[in-house]
Ligand binder design. Structure first.
Ligand SMILES: Cc1cc2nc3c(=O)[nH]c(=O)nc-3n(C[C@H](O)[C@H](O)[C@H](O)COP(=O)(O)O)c2cc1C
Length: 211
């Protein structure tokens, strides 16, 4: 079983579509979780997990952690918020601390794929490296990465046409009215993202099914 996680605050955003595309392309049984609306605390460093590798904080993460343990691979997708991985995504990854104590690495032997979504497509986007760094602490290698072009909230906030600090004016100048043709590309319009997602999903599926 492959577990897909989208950590975006938007249930049906671009991260979610990209993760789902990878899951489907794997041709394997999968489970999918959106972190939208979930309550996930960051690790509090209580170390109550040191003796048994079980996190004692009780919130929406515990069930996700159980699913991670059951999966052969984890497809983890996160958007960039304020120049870094979004807080929900980081909290979810942080809590895997419980899985590695006393030379026990409960996620070791699994594989992972990293998905990052950002509007600016900045070369300084750290999301892939944060996902990879946490996975590597868990001894989980990343076998593929997919980068998607994100949405910009400035197109639907209601003030985009006139906001001199927003992305609409930055990309199109002061326009009369925001039309659909001004929007950043939807997931469906991103042929290259879809192609990369299918490729990575297919490779992941082949690796897992030949294990
Ligand atoms: C609070 C917030 C902060 C954001 N900060 C950035 C940013 O620093 N750089 C960027 O390129 N996009 C930024 N974005 C845009 C998101 O990365 C983009 O909307 C992405 O599509 C979100 O993923 P989703 O489509 O799966 O919801 C931000 C969005 C939000 C809501």
């Amino acid at each position: 079983m492959i577990l897909g996680i989208s950590s975006s605050g938007r249930k049906n955003g671009i991260t979610s579509s990209t993760v789902k595309e990878i899951l489907k392309a794997s041709n394997l049984e999968y489970d999918y979780i959106s972190l939208a609306g979930k309550k996930i605390n960051g690790c509090i460093g209580c170390l109550q997990c040191a003796s048994d590798n079980v996190c004692k904080l009780q919130d929406d993460w515990n069930e996700i952690g159980e699913k991670m343990l059951k999966a052969d691979a984890i497809v983890f997708g996160a958007p960039i918020y304020s120049g870094t991985i979004n807080a929900l995504g980081h909290a979810c990854l942080e809590r895997t601390f419980c899985f590695r104590h006393r030379e026990v690495f409960k996620l070791a032997g699994k594989l992972a794929v990293s998905v990052s979504t950002d509007y600016a497509q900045s070369v300084e986007n750290p999301v892939h490296s944060i996902i990879e760094s946490v996975m590597s602490k868990n001894l989980v290698p990343i076998v593929g990465k997919v980068s998607a072009k994100g949405f910009s909230q400035c197109y639907t906030c209601g003030y985009g046409e006139n906001c001199a600090v927003g992305n609409v004016v930055k990309d199109h100048g002061f326009i009369e009215k925001i039309e659909h043709c001004h929007y950043p590309p939807s997931y469906e319009q991103q042929a290259n993202t879809k192609f990369e997602a299918r490729k990575v999903g297919k490779i992941l599926g082949t690796i897992i099914s030949n294990k």
